[in-house]
Design a protein around this ligand. Sequence first.
Ligand SMILES: [Zn+2]
Length: 394
Amino acid sequence: MRPGFVNRLSAGVRFIQYPKSVIQYPQFDNAAGGHPVVSLYLNVDGSRYARRGDYEAEYGFMVHEARRTAAENPGFSKDQLEEMDADLQAVGEFLALEFRREGARGLIIFSCRTRGLWQVQPLKVPVKNRLFVDLKPRLAPLARMLSRHRRFGVLLASKETARLLEHYAGEISENSEIFDMVLKHHSQGGWEQAKLQRRHQLQVRNHLKKAGDAALAFFQEKSLDLLVVGISEDLWPELEKVLHPYLKERLAGRFNIDISADANEIRGKVEAIEEGIRAREQEALLASLGPELAAGKTYVGGLDDVLAALNERRVDLLIVESGYAKPGRRCPGCNTIEFGEESCPSCRTKMQAVNDIVEEAEELAVRQDAVVIEVPPGNASLAQAEKIAARLRY
Ligand SMILES: [Zn+2]
C-alpha cells in the first residue's frame, strides 16, 4: 500500500505529486473568517462527452446544485457567497474559453481567487463529477484516484535496441533510448560461423546488461515502484540472467511486444498488468478484513468507531463501500465529524450540517495521510461493518 500523497512543502503549503507536475495549494484548514474554495472534479472523457458543451452542461448542473445548497445552509456569510459566485464564474469561463482537452479525460480545478489560489490539473484518467465549496481545497477524490495507481518503469528490449518509459496514472512518457549496434549474424559455414555466433551472443548479452543497468538507474532516479518488461519469449532468459536483483524483486509482469510499438499500445499492456495487481491486492485485503475486524486490534468497523478513530487522527487506511453516503455534522473549528451533536464534543463550537459525512470522513482521512479505497458493494465483511472500516496507526 502506498503512503499518503499529501506532502508538506513548507509551513502552510502542501503539495501532491502528480505524474508530470505538482499540485500545490495553501493549507486553508481552520482559517478564521475563511474564504470559500471551489474544488471541481470534472469528467471530460471524450468517449462520454463528445463535445465541449456536454461537459460544460455537467458543470452547469453542479453549479446550480452548489448554489442551492449554499443558500439553504446558513454556514456562509453574504461576502462568502459573493466570493463563491465569483470563483464559480471564473471556472465556468475557463471551461468555455481557455481549456483544451488535448487527450485529457479528467480535470481538477481548485479556485479561491481572494487568496490567490488557482490550480488547473488535467488528468489522463477519468474522474467522477464533483463540485465542492468549502473553506479548504477538497482532496479526497484526487488522493483516492492516485492510490489506485503505482509508478511503473517499463523496459522494452530487443537484441539491438532498448527503450525506457515511465507510466503513472494513465500518463506514459519515454525517457531515453539505448541503441546498440549489434553485429549482424552472417550465414557462413564452418569454424568462422561458430566464432561469429559466439561473438554475436556476447554482444547481445552486453547490450542487455547495459539496458538492465540503465533501467536500474532510471528506476532509482525516478523512485518508481514496479518494473514491467516488454521482450520476446526467447530473449527473456538472457535478460533475466543480467537483470539486477533489485529490479527482479520489483518485476510486476512481462509481455511480448514489438520494440517499435507506440506509446498507446505499451500503455494498454501496462494497464492490464496494473489492473491484475490491483484486483489481487484488493482481494487479499478484503479477505483479511473479516478476521481483522473480529480480532478488533488493528481495524475498527462501523461509522461510529471509524469517525472516532478519524477524529483522533489514528487512521492510516480507510475502506469504504462505493456509493455509501449519510448526512451528518462537522465542526468548523476543529474539523471533528459526528452524526448528531449540536456542539462540538472537543471544542464546543456549534456544529454545521453536511450532506455526506462519508465524503467528510474520506477528506479527513486524506488529511491524516491515510490511503482511502472504495470497493464495490458485495463484500460480506464490509457490509457487516456498516460499509466502512479503518485500519489504525496505533
Ligand atoms: Zn471542534
